[in-house]
Design a binder for this molecule. Structure first.
Ligand SMILES: [Zn+2]
Length: 208
C-alpha cells in the first residue's frame, strides 16, 4: 500500500502556440480542481446527504498560480505532472501532485486551424522572387522551408507533419507569405523602390 498523501489536483493550461514554441519557465494562473475540503472528495457527508460545499461533485475549483518549465516539443493534450503542487495532506504527509493538460491556442503569431498551424512568413521581395531556404520557429524547433522562386504574397506554403497531434497523426504547418521590407531602408533602397514604379496593384478591398 502507498503512503498517505494529499489528493492530486487537475487543471487545464491554455497556452499560446508562440509561448509553447518559445518554451522556458513561466508563471500561469490556473483554475484547479481539488478535492472538496468539506467531504474529502466523497461528494456525500457522513449522514449520506449530498455535500453542500461541492454539490456532490467531490471537487471544488480554486485559483492557483504555478511556475511551469515548459518542455521541448510540446503537443496539444500533453499532460504535465507537477510534484507536490496538489492538495496538502491533513495528517502531515506529502502533498499530492498537480496534473496539467496542455491546450494550445492561437496567439498573435500562430493561428490554430483544427490540427493545422498557420503563421505569417514575412519575405523581402527579392527573397520571394529568388526563392530559397528560410528558417522558421515551430513546435519542433527550427525548421527549414524551401521557398519556391516567384512566390507571391498570400501564398500558403505547407510543411507536412509540423502541426498539432491528434489520434497519433500530426497536422501540417502553413506559412502564409507576406511581402515585407527591411527596416530601416537605406537611401539607395528607397531610390530603387522609386525606380520600380509601374503597373497596377490589385486585390482585397482595393478599388480597381
Ligand atoms: Zn464536498
Amino acid at each position: 500500500t502507498r503512503a498517505r498523501r494529499g489528493h492530486d489536483a487537475h487543471a487545464e493550461l491554455r497556452l499560446g502556440i508562440g509561448q509553447a514554441v518559445a518554451g522556458g519557465k513561466r508563471a500561469f494562473e490556473l483554475s484547479t480542481a481539488v478535492a472538496c475540503p468539506s467531504c474529502g472528495g466523497a461528494g456525500t457527508l457522513d449522514d449520506d446527504h449530498v455535500c453542500p460545499a461541492c454539490a456532490g461533485l467531490g471537487s471544488v475549483r480554486r485559483r492557483q498560480t504555478v511556475e511551469v518549465t515548459l518542455p521541448r516539443a510540446i503537443q496539444d493534450g500533453m499532460k504535465l505532472r507537477l510534484r507536490g503542487l496538489g492538495d496538502p495532506d491533513d495528517d502531515g504527509g506529502p502533498a499530492g501532485d498537480l496534473y496539467l493538460t496542455l491546450v494550445l491556442e492561437s496567439d498573435d503569431s500562430y493561428r490554430r486551424r483544427g490540427q493545422d498551424i498557420e503563421a505569417d512568413l514575412p519575405l523581402a521581395p527579392w527573397e520571394a522572387l529568388e526563392g530559397g531556404p528560410v528558417e522558421l520557429h515551430t513546435l519542433d524547433g527550427t525548421a527549414t522551408l524551401n521557398v519556391p522562386p516567384n512566390t507571391v504574397s498570400g501564398a500558403r506554403l505547407r510543411m507536412r507533419g509540423l502541426g498539432l497531434e491528434q489520434d497519433g497523426r500530426r497536422g501540417d504547418f502553413y506559412a502564409v507569405v507576406r511581402l515585407a521590407l527591411p527596416e530601416p531602408l537605406s537611401e539607395r533602397q528607397k531610390q530603387l523602390i522609386q525606380d520600380m514604379k509601374g503597373g497596377t496593384v490589385r486585390g482585397g478591398a482595393r478599388k480597381a
